[in-house]
Design a protein around this ligand. Structure first.
Ligand SMILES: Cc1cc2nc3c(=O)[nH]c(=O)nc-3n(C[C@H](O)[C@H](O)[C@H](O)COP(=O)(O)O)c2cc1C
Length: 359
């Protein structure tokens, strides 16, 4: 695992090692979307990770999907996030805020304005979502007009500015896992006949325009982008053209000199190698379902420059220390992933705490 512990650079940041915390929604924000009281502690506890990528934060009312997810578009949100970034920086860490517009993966019961969700096309994802009254079918969304697409791009731009004002070291654009940007990319979620639908170039257009707007606002060296080729989350099907679309998107994004590209990788090895060849800037590969002993395999094979991990970093505030010492890890408890205060959020013990409890 030597390579894992070697220094690296993301944008202008000098990072002590190559293990990152993957973005994870925890649904513990205040009613108005301000990061909750415990969020500063949660992220600061994990500041020994080389880079913290936060849970998805919505850039607008329309962008909210899940209950109690944080926003990054009001003065209150900025004040709340500032406490988080201050705590992380004081603990010696670095933090990117993930910008996540849920698009159709939303429910009127979960948003402040209680309106019909928006999407590239009026096609429901065919899945259910947790709301205040339990699990409900996600309704058919409303198709965004071209004017509204421009407003949404501008919301992303403002959210990126807000993240920097709040002290974040950068932002990650969430283009993965079935949310708005991914809905434009997906073959079965985008049936538009204008320049935002149809061909590969057209389905990648929204992703690229959002990225360019954010770069103009905060700089490419503070902008990352996440993709999830072939991931069927939120009812998305990439279709036969999927891999070619991702090659095209990677080539276009590579021209913009971003801080990094982050792949949630499900196993199309050929595509991963192609993207690696296209992408000379830092590449983050989050390989779902790998064994702990394989953590640094993509680094060793030159396929990745950093390794983001999700569940293990959620359950182990001292993951870096534990991996270095080869000690056992706490197991993540899915029952407390979302929305239940400090339990399963800030109370996972470090090794030291476990030992002092033993007396
Ligand atoms: C509780 C939970 C919440 C997640 N929320 C997000 C999110 O907000 N944004 C995102 O891009 N991925 C999200 N993911 C996916 C993770 O970033 C990661 O890709 C996934 O957990 C696989 O990595 P792992 O096996 O290391 O956990 C979430 C995963 C979990 C477990």
């Amino acid at each position: 695992m030597d390579k894992l512990w070697s220094k690296t650079k993301i944008g202008n940041l000098e990072l002590p090692h190559r293990l990152a915390m993957a973005p994870m929604t925890r649904s513990r924000a205040e009613e108005d979307g301000t990061p909750g009281e415990l969020s500063s502690l949660y992220y600061a506890q994990r500041a020994s990770m080389g880079l913290l990528i936060t849970e998805g934060a919505q850039p607008s009312d329309d962008g909210q999907g899940y209950l109690w997810s944080p926003g990054i578009y009001t003065d209150q949100h900025i004040k709340g996030w500032k406490k988080v970034t201050d705590a992380v920086h004081e603990a010696g860490g670095f933090m990117y805020i993930q910008l996540m517009h849920a698009g159709r993966m939303s429910h009127p019961d979960n948003t402040p304005h209680h309106r019909q969700p928006v999407a590239p096309s009026a096609i429901a994802p065919g899945v259910q979502m947790f709301t205040t009254t339990g699990m409900q079918d996600i309704p058919v969304p409303r198709e965004l007009s071209k004017e509204e697409i421009q407003t949404t791009i501008s919301d992303f731009r403002k959210a990126a500015a807000a993240a920097i004002e709040a002290g974040a070291d950068g932002v990650e654009i969430h283009g993965a896992n079935g949310y708005l940007i991914n809905q434009f990319i997906g073959e079965n979620s985008n049936t538009r006949t204008d320049e935002y639908g149809g061909s590969i170039e057209n389905r990648a257009r929204f992703a690229i325009e959002v990225t360019k707007a954010i770069i103009e606002e905060i700089g490419a060296e503070r902008t990352g982008f996440r993709i999830s080729p072939g991931t069927p989350l939120g009812g998305i099907q990439d279709g036969e053209q999927g891999p070619d679309l991702y090659r095209y998107l990677s080539r276009e994004l590579a021209k913009l000199n971003l801080a990094y590209l982050h792949i949630m990788h499900l196993g199309n090895e050929e595509l991963l190698k192609d993207i690696r060849a296209i992408w000379t800037n830092p590449l983050l590969v989050n390989r779902a379902g790998r064994a702990l002993e394989h953590l640094s395999i993509d680094l060793e094979h030159g396929l990745a420059d950093m390794v983001p991990v999700g569940a293990w970093s959620l359950a182990n505030p001292d993951l870096v220390e534990r991996l270095k010492a080869g000690t056992p890890l706490n197991e993540a408890d899915p029952a407390t992933f979302f929305g239940i205060g400090s339990k399963g959020y800030t109370d996972y013990p470090t090794l030291n705490e476990m030992e002092s409890q033993k007396g």
